[in-house]
Design a protein around this ligand. Structure first.
Ligand SMILES: Nc1ncnc2c1ncn2[C@@H]1O[C@H](COP(=O)(O)OP(=O)(O)OP(=O)(O)O)[C@@H](O)[C@H]1O
Ligand SMILES: [Mg+2]
Length: 347
């Protein structure tokens, strides 16, 4: 318990009750306090707005406010302050409701004595201290988590730089491409951690923003980026890290494929991205292009190439499904549940 005096605001219009309460408090040896008494709710509210208090003792029946409404108004103004209600009404239902609404305690004036009041104030101060410590610990954890996401992103960027340096030792375009593809995959994971380090919750990120950034980052890899029309219809949906990493990698593979394979002559075309929640609460990611179309003789579920293999593996990791529509160009539709799930395995 803190040693400095506890600053108490007493909102009580009855001079008799106020005098009694002050007398009770003056007898207390356990802690010292500064007490300010006002006899109207409006004056009390003004004091709360201007001065710092540790606790409020509140009578519910005041000249300018009656009943639980009085408490609700004070609580709305000072939700972090412990408020102990001192009431002449002995009503179980009312006291339950008051505590439910956030009151620290509800004391019936008829049975109140110094010990009861002091004990209630003591609990309130202890609770306030514990809450403050908890909030500080949580804040520290949040900072730590932010820092971890930031460091993971930085480390992934270092891996990318190493691959970039290694790439320069190869002359052959084929091998250079391998390195570039791997860098692109690592970057897509780094972007998840980057977004998480800036997100409010630190565990979920706005995937719409992620999609926009990924598309913008990949577009320059096409030989004539200004010939690609990118259209996006993406809804603001938050994904957890467990969904965001696989979903981000899938997006990366499918956009890369459209840029690499759909418009082979450099003629350009349109790439459309959609991201939404369907009526059945499944998350849908659609990546489509109006290019030459996915090869008819190729089963996208059984390619020997790495890109589609990764996509299929990750769809499975998301407990999702994938469908290919060749009606116009290439459209891949990925559906997956938004549930919190244990990943089936990671790559
Ligand atoms: N949008 C598309 N339009 C036309 N063909 C496509 C499209 N996407 C994929 N393909 C074809 O499917 C093949 C398999 O794709 P996949 O991503 O598995 O391999 P890749 O892109 O050739 O190489 P990587 O393993 O680096 O991704 C591609 O080689 C290409 O022929
Ligand atoms: Mg590919």
């Amino acid at each position: 318990m803190k040693n400095e005096p506890i600053n108490i605001l007493l909102i009580e219009d009855s001079p008799l009750d106020a005098g009694l309460i002050m007398e009770m408090l003056h007898k207390v040896k356990k802690f010292s306090f500064n007490l300010k008494q006002v006899n109207q709710l409006s004056t009390g509210m003004a004091c709360l707005a201007e001065e710092g208090f540790d606790l409020v003792l509140l009578d519910l029946l005041l000249p300018d406010s009656l009943g639980l409404d009085t408490f609700d108004k004070v609580f709305a103004q000072a939700p972090d302050l412990p408020i102990i209600i001192l009431s002449i009404v002995e009503d179980e239902r009312l006291s339950m409701k008051a505590v439910e609404n956030g009151a620290q305690d509800y004391l019936f004036k008829g049975e109140m004595d110094g010990n009861l009041l002091v004990r209630s104030i003591g609990y309130a101060m202890m609770r306030k201290k514990a809450q403050k410590e908890l909030e500080e610990a949580l804040h520290e954890k949040e900072i730590l988590l932010k820092e971890i996401h930031h460091r993971v992103k930085n480390n992934l960027q270092v891996v990318c730089s190493l691959l970039y340096l290694q790439e320069s030792y190869f002359e052959d375009e084929k091998y250079k491409n391998f390195f570039e593809d791997t860098q692109s995959r690592i970057k897509s994971m780094a972007l998840v951690h980057d977004k998480l380090s800036h997100s409010k919750s630190l565990s979920h990120l706005n995937f719409a923003e992620y999609i926009k950034d990924t598309a913008a980052a990949l577009l320059p890899s096409y030989k004539a980026p200004d010939k690609i029309k990118l259209s996006m219809d993406v809804k603001d949906i938050e994904l957890s890290i467990e969904s965001a990493v696989p979903c981000g990698l899938i997006l990366n593979e499918l956009i890369s494929n459209s840029l690499k394979h759909a418009f082979p002559g450099g003629e350009g075309g349109e790439i459309r991205l959609k991201f939404y929640r369907d009526a059945g609460q499944q998350i849908i990611l659609l990546v489509s292009d109006n290019g030459v179309g996915f090869p008819k003789d190729l089963d996208f579920r059984k390619t020997i190439s790495l890109g589609m293999k990764i996509v299929n593996l990750l769809v499975n990791q998301l407990s999702g499904t994938i469908a290919l529509d060749r009606a116009e160009g290439t459209t891949f539709k990925i559906s997956f549940p938004e549930l919190l799930f244990q990943p089936k395995g990671t790559i």
